[in-house]
Design a binder for this molecule. Structure first.
Ligand SMILES: *Cc1c(COP(=O)(O)O)cnc(C)c1O
Length: 484
């Protein structure tokens, strides 16, 4: 209620009571004012009721919610279902106009405000997570997952006039299909840069990368596509060195930072890469970093003009709910909640590492030594002993039977059937060839041709709890006991 209406209430109820109520409601207005002025995460997250009040107030600013509005256009934000209306807090106009996804909508001041505020909140969250200001010229939250957003980013790079003949994308191998598809769907040609081994770790081969640049010629190369977040034993690409190479040869550099916002080491490296070399953009998923449903990705980078160009290249309007999800979530977490989540993950990483090492040694397996470089994912060896021992107490009738009954991948499916999701088994006993986007890969899934052992991967991702880790270790241990 505004002040005038509150004063009018004095004709209905005691003035002193109304004065108290004015104090109460002004506390809410103060919160809103702080948010509008500072555009930063609130120190302590807001409760759901306050967030809903904010959403309802802002939603009233969109024309489809004006009490006296009559819509005579072809897009009036009409919502048939009350459930759908509720699910979106009455926001129906989406974001952007046909010329620019960040352009403000005359019919939807509220939606435009949410988009603007969310971009500021995301920038604040990224800074709090450890990125330096100089690498965060701006950000763009799009309602597409990471793969599609990578495609749009590469297409924008290509659309810049001088880049138009450049078709090659140098891509240090990462066995994640959306990465490769994002290049192919952009109509570009991926050049696989095979990785090298360094101890247990699978790493970027900078020599081959540079050789390929010379071989293909800088005039034909659009960019290097590097990746920071990946399953162990692959570790994040050497993005600082890559950015320096890209600067030296004047070729683009796009970093796939899918779930890297939760890891300060990765963010440090991105900041350094932006400072020392060339980074055109880094892209991260909203669901993997901010605990919202799948549907959004964030583009950021040191060059504001490039980010703005991507916004201008986006054809048409877009759905705003992935933005609303992030807006709600960041208001709900607040600065403290976000920092606590990041800190807890860091602490649990050490805990998970210890637990897995102990479990590994109990069963004569080994936790692969990748923790210094990969601070999100772990890999635990699966030795053939597990298979040999199980074959002893089972009768084998056919070779097919043998293969099906005792492949390591059973461990993955058994874990899944015991309600443990997310672990992956890489079985190198059976060399899996895969053709993706017309390119053949040996041992697809393992990021390299011939790794020395089969293994199981798990991740210590944001939001995981100690209880989940303990329960997982119990279940895995039980499974190994049955196997060995
Ligand atoms: C999740 C992920 C992607 C993108 O997948 P989307 O489904 O498009 O979000 C790309 N690369 C890696 C390493 C990922 O983990």
């Amino acid at each position: 209620m505004n002040l005038k209406n509150l004063e009018t209430c004095k004709g209905l109820i005691k003035g002193s009571y109304v004065d108290q109520a004015i104090q109460g409601t002004s506390q809410f207005n103060k919160l809103l004012e702080t948010l509008l002025i500072h555009k930063k995460l609130p120190n302590i997250g807001y409760n759901d009721k306050i967030i809903e009040l904010i959403l309802n107030e802002i939603s009233m600013m969109d024309s489809n919610n004006f009490i006296e509005n009559i819509g005579v256009g072809e897009r009036e934000g009409r919502i048939y279902s009350g459930l759908v209306e509720k699910r979106h807090y009455g926001f129906a106009h989406g974001i952007g106009r046909s010329g620019d996804i960040t352009e403000q909508q005359p019919k939807a001041a509220g939606s435009s405000l949410i988009q603007k505020l969310t971009h500021s909140l995301v920038l604040d969250a990224m800074k709090l997570a450890g990125l330096e200001q100089s690498s965060l010229s701006n950000c763009l939250l799009l309602p597409m997952a990471t793969g599609m957003t990578l495609t749009l980013t590469m297409l924008t790079l290509k659309s810049q006039q001088s880049q138009s003949n450049k078709r090659y994308v140098l891509w240090p191998r990462i066995d994640q299909k959306s990465c490769l598809k994002s290049i192919i769907t952009a109509g570009l040609i991926p050049i696989v840069i095979p990785n090298i081994l360094e101890g247990d770790m699978i790493r970027t081969d900078l020599n081959i990368l540079e050789e390929k640049i010379k071989e293909l010629g800088v005039d034909n190369i659009l960019c290097v596509f590097s990746t920071t977040s990946c399953f162990a034993p692959r570790v994040p690409d050497k993005i600082i060195e890559i950015s320096e190479i890209c600067k030296r040869y004047n070729i683009g550099h796009i970093i796939n930072n899918a779930y890297g916002l939760q890891c300060s080491k990765i963010l440090n490296n991105i900041s350094q890469a932006c400072k020392l070399g060339r980074v055109d953009a880094f892209i991260q998923s909203t669901d993997k970093n901010f605990m919202v449903p799948v549907g959004g990705a964030i583009i950021s980078g040191p060059n504001k003009e490039f980010i703005d160009q991507i916004a201008r290249n986006y054809p048409g309007r877009a759905n705003s709910s992935p933005i609303l999800d992030v807006f709600i979530t960041l208001l709900s977490m607040g600065k403290q909640g976000w920092l606590d989540l990041l800190k807890e993950r860091k602490e649990l990483l050490i805990y998970f590492n210890e637990k897995l090492s102990t479990l590994a040694s109990q069963f004569n397996e080994r936790l692969l030594n990748t923790i210094n470089e990969n601070k999100i994912s772990f890999a635990l060896t699966l030795s053939s002993k597990i298979l040999n021992n199980t074959t002893q107490d089972k009768e084998i009738t056919t070779i097919g039977d043998f293969k099906n009954s005792f492949s390591f991948s059973m461990i993955g499916s058994k874990l899944f059937s015991r309600s443990c999701s997310g672990s992956r088994v890489i079985d190198l006993e059976t060399n899996k060839k895969a053709i993706i986007g017309g390119i053949e890969f040996n041992n697809y899934g393992s990021h390299i041709e011939n790794y020395s052992t089969s293994y199981l991967t798990v991740a210590c991702a944001i939001g995981i709890t100690k209880i989940e880790i303990d329960t997982f270790i119990q279940r895995l241990s039980k499974l190994f006991k049955q196997q060995k």
